[in-house]
Design a binder for this molecule. Structure first.
Ligand SMILES: [Zn+2]
Length: 221
């Protein structure tokens, strides 16, 4: 059985090779700020099965250059499989107005270039729904989903997938939209632990693989 890691960050290549030996074959590598864009792209260019996402994480919105948006757009233009992430809103962190601006700009690019977005949302669901409602047909992946049943119900009507590490949200999510993630290196130490995570969550690896196949068909333009 082949496994995947639906959300991780830049890690030592040795950890990717270690994961491949455990049958984890596909990895979605997210940037957090402009500083790691090159590292994300080089990991993805270097290793087949590593997909790249570039974006500005809500924790780092105050580190962006004035031209971050046009730089991101330049990459999107010539990389048809490039996704946008990690982006989002986090009410527990500063600069919330700036977070909303950067998030909205990122979704504008996603909509224009028809790309999937990888979203971090912590305690900011009202603001998130308000901004999302400005866009149609976005492909979203909510990573480390932390919403409640009401939020999950609202998101059922969108094209969203959910990547999880914890059992407590599984009951409120649609079975055919569940993916798993390591969030390495800050979540689980290495994507090599994905098979153990799947076992711990008591998920069926073959239906997870089907969900992921469906997800991956719509990542790019
Ligand atoms: Zn992350």
């Amino acid at each position: 059985m082949k496994y995947f890691d639906a959300h991780m960050h830049v890690v030592d290549v040795k950890l990717i090779y270690e994961a491949q030996r455990k049958d984890v074959s596909t990895f979605i590598c997210n940037a957090t700020s402009q500083k790691d864009w090159n590292a994300v792209l080089s990991l993805s260019d270097q290793i087949p099965g590593v997909y790249a996402c570039l974006g500005i994480h809500p924790w780092y919105v105050n580190t962006v250059s004035d031209d971050w948006r046009s730089r991101l757009e330049a990459y999107l233009k010539y990389r048809p499989n490039l996704m946008i992430g990690e982006i989002g809103l986090d009410l527990l962190k500063p600069d919330f107005e700036r977070q909303k601006e950067v998030f909205r700009s990122s979704l504008e690019l996603a909509s224009q270039y028809n790309r999937t977005v990888h979203i971090h949302c912590v305690k900011a669901w009202d603001a998130l729904f308000e901004i999302l409602s400005e866009f149609k047909n976005l492909n979203c992946l909510f990573h480390r989903f932390s919403g409640d049943a009401v939020v999950a119900q609202k998101l059922r009507f969108t094209n969203s997938f959910f990547s999880v590490m914890n059992k407590n949200v599984l009951d409120i999510l649609p079975d055919n939209r569940i993916l798993v993630e390591s969030d390495s290196p800050d979540g689980i130490r290495s994507p090599a632990f994905i098979p153990e995570l799947v076992e711990k969550l008591r998920l069926d690896p073959s239906y997870l693989a089907e969900n992921f196949e469906e997800f991956i068909t719509r990542i790019g333009s």
